[in-house]
Design a protein around this ligand. Sequence first.
Ligand SMILES: [Zn+2]
Length: 93
Amino acid sequence: MNRIIQNYNNSKHHKEQIEITLSKLNSLRSQIIELRIKCEKLKFETEKRNRKICEKCKKEIRKNEKVTFKNTSKKITNHFHKRCFEILVACLN
Ligand SMILES: [Zn+2]
């Protein structure tokens, strides 16, 4: 009889442990979701901040097609599309 009670108590204890673990897991899951949302927001903000507009055509410049022109004396930084910059350089020559 004692053994049955002990088994019952053990299984009750296990069940409680499983419930605690599950609730921890659920809490972690919701934390992960929150972190993902924060991460996406940060990514969006960074992309927005890093967005460059071409000085020549006034359109947005995507990665890999950017030319940065710095005039260190006037501390001006201009951004161009590679193609737009080539056209400008060709006009100067
Ligand atoms: Zn351009």
